[in-house]
Design a binder for this molecule. Structure first.
Ligand SMILES: Nc1ncnc2c1ncn2[C@@H]1O[C@H](COP(=O)(O)OP(=O)(O)OP(=O)(O)O)[C@@H](O)[C@H]1O
Ligand SMILES: [Mg+2]
Length: 180
């Protein structure tokens, strides 16, 4: 949910290209989640205080909780949370968790989160990379859009195909048994 929320922030900031990478490295006892976007970015002073729950540019509600909750989840597992942003260029967020920490939440349903972002009203592309040890799964929605031409991602066969592709990719990563 934190990752989905962060991707939503990117879309709200006008980004049309996201790069999400999740690296699970048991040997180094780390999970590194990195999200880069090409949205409008944030002024340096704003980026510094954005982890404060009362900072938001929303006008429908007066607290912004997405980033503070994400940062709190990281800090609970002795992790490290950073945001770097350049106005008019984009934002990079990185969250490093300790893999073996008791409080580290499981990754959750990434295929559904990615599909939700890809089907948002504003067209956005995501380059998704998920690495577990030496295995890697990558999905680039811009390739899919190129292949599809005028067919929208939201058409139900396409949507189903994307979801299955993501689910199979994730399953192959988790699949134990020493295959290469
Ligand atoms: N990727 C980003 N690019 C530009 N600005 C961002 C980005 N992520 C967050 N922000 C800014 O930081 C503010 C706080 O984000 P946060 O997710 O904590 O709260 P919110 O999105 O305002 O509300 P909520 O997530 O609770 O719905 C946002 O209102 C936005 O101005
Ligand atoms: Mg948010």
């Amino acid at each position: 949910m934190h990752v989905l929320d962060a991707m939503q922030n990117s879309v709200e900031a006008g980004a049309d290209r996201l790069e999400l990478s999740i690296l699970e490295d048991q040997e180094r006892d780390q999970v590194i989640i990195e999200l880069k976007d090409n949205g409008q970015g944030m002024a340096p002073e704003f980026a510094k205080k954005v982890l404060d729950p009362f900072v938001t540019t929303r006008n429908t509600r007066h607290v912004g909780l997405g980033l503070p909750l994400f940062a709190a989840a990281v800090q609970r597992c002795d992790g490290d949370f950073q945001i770097q942003s350049v106005p008019r260029q984009g934002t990079r967020l990185s969250a490093v968790f300790r893999y073996s920490h008791w409080d580290r939440a499981p990754l959750g349903d990434m295929p559904s989160a990615l599909l939700a972002i890809l089907l948002a009203e504003r067209p956005v592309n995501v380059l998704y990379t998920h690495r577990v040890g030496s295995r890697e799964f990558q999905f680039d929605s811009s390739e899919v859009r190129r292949e599809l031409g005028d067919v929208p991602l939201s058409s139900s066969p396409v949507r189903g195909w994307i979801l299955r592709t993501l689910q199979e990719g994730e399953r192959d990563l988790q699949d134990l048994g020493g295959g290469s």
